[in-house]
Design a protein around this ligand. Structure first.
Ligand code: NG6
Ligand code: CA
Length: 518
């Protein structure tokens, strides 16, 4: 019966090649041969642009591990994050709901309360319900604890990742540039130091504590170029004020090693069970401060070296899977939470040292932007047991669909109302179906929404400024009149053809209007 259902759901998902014979399915009950239940690792980089990997055309940085991953699987050339910043992008990926449906999913402070509420059904809940062991590592940025600003960081947090499906976690509450600069492990500060109680405040400083603004001489590791001048941790100014932490404070140069070793340890402990890992690197978000062994790996300074460090993390995970003979039946999905940014607030010479490198590849705009560079991201899928290597796909894909698509792979029954915007496009993800999604929706940091089809791109009108009003020199994509670009003919969104194609324009406006009304 179970095999029967599997067959049916495969057919309906358009993934005929995945059908297991009863014999294979029987054999698949043991470890490593369970073709129906691969381990799944989502590797999500931070601010890694479409053009930042060697296998996507980067010339000034070598990414041998990611290149190999792509060569052994599918390299997607038309994949989009849901939003051009982290919190809404991650919210959407993990819940299958567009972040713009909620008013409170903008870039979260380090003391934000849980944005995904315990009663919501997440991708992790879905894997857990299917019998997987589940874990999150690295950047979280979706709030912790019940209410903003009320967390006691010196005790277990009352509301956390365990409430939304993760068996284990070892995470950073927000970003490396936001306090608290400590890892949270399974609901409490990792390596807690009772001699240095932790306090966090995003409004005011603690008496006597230095800040980047007042004590720039203490910024011995990195100086800021804009913002990032509140508390100083590890010689780097942050956003927000914190006190204490002691030996629990992270060292930025060790973050990649630390999250990678925790993830490998989890794999080792769970190698006999199916597992789901949400592995989110801090790389290549600011502050970029890679381990000394990556310094000078590229001619692009810290930003390039952070890409090399990201590639190392991917390689370390791949190697661990190989050693444990798990690679064949592990589905790895690699992507980034939003487009790239060069100077995002630290004086790391990212801009000066580009040497012609184009972080967003051929796309216009960067992180934050309504132009494609805000959400166009690399995406690689590898599952040796089921996917033939060496493929490339330009199918139009959005992170929003990954929950329903993976759900289809698991034969998950999602509770009514969950993942409301996520469509089952498993065939796209596994390379068995090249039919494009008719359209996807993209969200800029200004909340401006765009509709993108394979052929066209529509950006709704907005009165906001043309350039990001703080540090980074990035075009927002704002214009007070509707913008329509013939994106299949002109990748860089220069010729607004709205007036010439009113039929297309109205069609795309209607898509947005109807989606908003849902
Ligand atoms: C901005 C920060 C930027 C980065 C971003 C969030 C300043 C001046 N800039 O406010 O450095 O942290 O928020 O990035 O503070 S994201 O990738 O996590 O969305
Ligand atoms: Ca990001």
């Amino acid at each position: 019966m179970k095999n029967h259902l599997f067959l049916l759901s495969c057919l309906s998902a358009g993934v005929g090649q995945l059908i297991a014979t009863p014999a294979q399915a029987e054999e698949g009950k043991g470890k490593k041969t369970q073709s129906q239940t691969p381990n799944v690792i989502v590797i999500l980089a931070d601010d890694l642009g479409y053009g930042d990997l060697q296998c996507y055309g980067a010339k000034n940085v070598e990414t041998p591990n990611v290149n190999r991953l792509a060569a052994q699987g599918i390299r997607f050339t038309n994949t989009h994050a849901v939003a051009a910043t982290s919190t809404p992008s991650r919210y959407s990926l993990l819940t299958g709901e567009y972040a713009w449906r909620r008013p409170d999913t903008d870039v979260a402070a380090g003391n934000a309360g849980m944005i995904i509420r315990p009663e919501q059904y997440t991708m992790a809940d879905m894997f857990k319900a299917a019998g997987y062991r589940t874990a999150a590592f690295g950047k979280w940025h979706l709030g912790l604890g019940d209410k903003t600003g009320t967390q006691d960081w010196n005790a277990p947090l009352p509301c956390g990742l365990a409430d939304i499906g993760f068996d284990e976690h070892y995470i950073m509450a927000a970003t490396a540039d936001r306090v608290p600069c400590v890892f949270i492990q399974n609901g409490q500060v990792a390596n807690y130091d009772p001699s240095a109680p932790i306090e966090v405040n995003y409004q005011k400083n603690f008496p006597g504590e230095p800040t980047g603004r007042e004590n720039p001489e203490l910024l011995y590791n990195l100086r800021s170029s804009h913002g990032h001048d509140f508390s100083i941790v590890n010689g780097i100014g942050r956003i927000g004020y914190m006190k204490g932490g002691g030996k629990a404070l992270w060292k930025d140069e060790d973050i990649a090693d630390s999250i990678t070793s925790h993830a490998i340890d989890f794999i080792r402990r769970n190698q006999d069970e199916p597992f789901f890992i949400y592995f989110c690197t801090n790389d290549i978000h600011v502050p970029r401060f890679p381990h000394p062994r990556f310094r000078g790996k590229t001619n692009m300074g810290l930003r390039g070296d952070a890409i090399a460090q990201f590639d190392w993390c991917v390689g370390a995970l791949m190697q661990a899977l190989d050693e444990m003979k798990l690679a064949d039946n592990t589905l790895i999905i690699l992507s980034s939470d939003n487009g790239p940014v060069v100077d995002d607030g630290y004086d790391d010479q990212a801009e000066e040292l580009l040497h012609g490198h184009q972080p967003a590849g051929p796309w216009r705009g960067n992180k934050y932007s309504a132009f494609e560079g805000g959400t166009a991201v690399p995406a690689i899928v590898r599952w040796p047991a089921q996917i033939k290597g060496g493929q490339e796909s330009d199918v139009l894909m959005s992170h929003i669909d990954w929950m329903a698509s993976l759900g289809s792979l698991l034969h998950a029954r999602l509770p009514k109302g969950s993942a409301p915007d996520s469509q089952n496009r498993l065939g796209n993800l596994l390379g068995t179906d090249a039919t494009d999604r008719p359209w996807i929706i993209e969200q800029a940091s200004s909340h401006v929404l765009s509709v993108r089809s394979k052929e066209w791109k529509y950006i709704e009108p907005s009165d906001g400024p043309a350039m990001i009003p703080w540090g980074p020199k990035i075009e927002t994509g704002n214009l007070s009149t509707p913008q329509l670009y013939h994106i299949s003919q002109e990748q860089d969104e220069h010729t607004n053809v709205a007036a010439e194609h009113l039929d297309i324009l109205f069609e795309m406006q209607n898509i947005l209007r109807r989606e908003r009304a849902k």
